[in-house]
Design a binder for this molecule. Structure first.
Ligand SMILES: [Zn+2]
Length: 81
């Protein structure tokens, strides 16, 4: 066997999925503006009054922040027409 016949080890490339998650900017009570992905944010909307809240875990202080969501205004106005 050749002394230089070093086995060619193939390092598997880290298969990172396409980074298609949208970045969401939210504000932590302690840290101010933080950037999150859609996977970090959980939104809950009440079907009765369309009032929603979203919660996320701050990547800086790891605290769970819950805030009211106001993203349903358009829907409400359209429905009331
Ligand atoms: Zn924080």
């Amino acid at each position: 066997m050749h002394p230089c016949a070093v086995p060619n080890i193939q390092v598997p490339l880290a298969q990172e999925g396409p980074d298609t998650m949208a970045t969401i900017r939210a504000s932590c009570y302690d840290c101010g503006d933080v950037e999150l992905t859609t996977a970090d944010v959980h939104v809950r909307v009440c079907t009765l009054d369309n009032q929603g809240t979203y919660s996320f875990r701050c990547p800086h202080c790891a605290m769970t922040v819950v805030k009211p969501a106001e993203a349903r205004k358009d829907v409400i106005e359209e429905g009331a027409a």
